[in-house]
Write a protein that binds this ligand. Structure first.
Ligand code: SAH
Length: 241
């Protein structure tokens, strides 16, 4: 076997594991199609956001057995009964935060770390909290491996927020709560924006909350379906259907 053959073998082995495969275009095409059909055609038009959705390797955030479904128009299981949200929902929630690049953002429910990677591409610094230790650990490792250096993964009850790093210009809650957790509202900066699914298992709506001084303006967005936010200021146990 010549030296060149060796190199090719090595490349194709690495390719099977991720980024190189992507550089060769296998997933790049699926991702571009996702951006066009699922996002742009449905009204997502923020150029920076579309660019981030086109750049973050979503297939790296789903378990190996579901990789072929990574760019589907659907949520994907990530283990422990949790899911990574459908691409459109990730984009729609991120869009209403109107990130420009200077923000300190907080996410509740890191899950796979995918949403955090999108936020990290658009804001200055991202804190994300995950209550399940295994998911928190794997999200932190994955984000580090993919070089998202401006994301900090914390393990704990996200309904308490992170008072030591507040205030936050943007807060994204990725699990459904009976109402907006008070600590999160208290940690929202003046002029800050928070997006959160509110409701029971089967009846939820996405809400946008904007702080102007001591007033909070609430705008109802669209119906949605998220796993429950379980914590001191969320559901105490399994929520009603
Ligand atoms: N944003 C994630 C998907 C979120 S799924 C991604 O991009 O992959 C919702 C996540 O919220 C689950 O991982 C669940 O464990 C977590 N969660 C539920 N209640 C929580 C709480 N009180 N604090 C932090 N995380 C919580």
């Amino acid at each position: 076997m010549s030296g060149n053959d060796d190199l090719r073998l090595k490349l194709s082995k690495e390719a099977a594991n991720g980024p190189l495969e992507d550089a060769r275009g296998e997933y790049a095409e699926a991702r571009a199609e996702m951006v066009e059909k699922q996002l742009r055609r449905r009204g997502i038009n923020d150029a920076r956001l579309l660019q981030a959705m086109n750049a973050v390797p979503r297939h790296e955030f789903v378990p190996a057995e579901f990789r072929s479904r990574a760019y589907d128009d659907a949520p994907v299981p990530i283990g422990e009964g949790q899911t990574i949200s459908q691409p459109y929902i990730v984009a729609a929630m991120t869009a209403v935060l109107r990130l420009t690049g200077n923000e300190r953002a907080l996410e509740i429910g890191a899950g796979s770390g995918y949403q955090a990677a999108i936020l990290a591409s658009l804001a200055r610094e991202v804190f994300t909290i995950e209550s399940r230790p295994e998911l928190a650990t794997s999200a932190a490792q994955r984000l580090a491996r993919l070089c998202y250096a401006n994301v900090h993964v914390h393990c704990g009850d996200g309904t308490m927020g992170l008072p030591e790093f507040a205030p936050f210009d943007a807060i994204l809650v990725a699990a459904a709560s009976p109402s907006t957790p008070e600590p999160l509202l208290a940690q929202l900066a003046d002029g800050g924006r928070m997006v959160i699914p509110v409701g029971t298992v089967e009846n939820q709506e996405l809400q946008l909350l904007e702080r102007v001084h001591d007033k909070i303006r609430v705008t109802a967005l669209e119906p949605c379906r998220f796993v429950p936010l379980v914590g001191a200021h969320g559901w105490k146990e399994s929520p009603p259907r």
